[in-house]
Design a protein around this ligand. Sequence first.
Ligand code: 5GP
Length: 195
Amino acid sequence: MKGKIIILSAPSGTGKSTIIRRLIDRPELRLGFSISATSRAPRGEEQHGKEYYFLTSQEFSDRVEAGEFVEWEEVYPGTCYGTLKSEVERVTSEGRNLIMDIDVKGGLNVKRCFGDSALSIFILPPSLEELERRLRGRATDSDETIARRLGKAEYELGFADSYDEQVVNDDIDAAAEKVADLIKAFIKSEVISNK
Ligand code: 5GP
């Protein structure tokens, strides 16, 4: 495997997707986004093969059975997300660093699996109140979904300390910059240790 793995986890609504979008455009980071498979339906403008590979629950479990996943989790009851082995191969074989947006259990599993070849970063919201305000502002989810995501957020925040690095997103520009610096340092330290 030529590229390295960058694991980004954060409660939904913390700005993680925005940070990833900004970082992907930076040539010096040589990133490739890991497109996960999910059994949930597309939201808003999401497209198959761009944000996710959207599978039916049956297709998802067939591919689990076939051993096609590096990891997968039932992130919300009845809704599964996972990283396909083919996706890790697609990005890293080109020498790009794979950036993964995955939940806390998946993130810690991948870190365990790839050890020093992976950097795990947790993005924190300034507070739970601010997170709720951001989720409501997004206007794509129902009240029930928002309540579910907030409950999940509290649970996920308990795992932040198990990540290599934590970054608070109280300003999106500063947070994206901090994450970029961490990735740069990680890529550089890998190059030096390989000499
Ligand atoms: P959303 O439905 O908001 O796009 O994502 C819900 C959650 O699923 C997020 O916490 C996201 O990080 C997580 N997730 C996305 N892809 C994967 C994956 O491949 N594996 C795991 N374990 N979690 C994922």
